[in-house]
Design a protein around this ligand. Sequence first.
Ligand code: DX5
Ligand code: ZN
Length: 213
Amino acid sequence: MEISVSVLDMDFGHLEDSIKLLETADIDSLHMDIMDGRFVDNISFGPAIVRTIAQITKLPIYSHLMISRPEKYVKNFFESGSRGVTVHLETINEDNEYILETDNMGLSLNPDIELAGLDPYLNKVSEVLIMSVYAGFGGQKFIQSSLDRIRELRKKRERLGLNYKISVDGGINPEIVPLCVESGADEIIAGSYVSASRDPVKAVSALREAAQV
Ligand code: DX5
Ligand code: ZN
């Protein structure tokens, strides 16, 4: 199981310290939640901050774009040091679907969006990121029906012989992790459980332990 940690709810006054601390934890990557105040009702940060973070860490960085018109910015996020960029299915249409032809692209979708909408793109993307909360804010409660969606994507991957990574993002804590493992997720993305913890390294260990089911 891969573990990625979102920087969204970290103290931006001490971002470098927080990231250096996380480097000592057993995580696989950092997750950048990019919000534009349009696709979601929240604004976070843009490529300049991603670049700054990329310069202070060797951890791989993945950017999750919760923004309208992703085609305008995908390149920017790769150039800023993202190893992968995930966009939302809700923002993809026939005029911008070409962006999914780029290597290391992922697709995400909100809990109320039908999985079938992913079908035309599953052979192009390297990751499907299941939102287990509604995109926009950290600290929300995990939506249990996300587990069925993970199972379905896993089955579909086997049936079609594809190899996209299945990630789950939102409301992750050690009680939820075993359920994600059993459903077939390859990666969990944790935000507030780690960043709001007094001991983020210990919080990551608790997630790691919970994944050994
Ligand atoms: C929600 C973001 C998530 C979120 C994770 O819009 O995509 O990455 O910040 O944070 P928690 O773990 O607090 O739900
Ligand atoms: Zn995210």
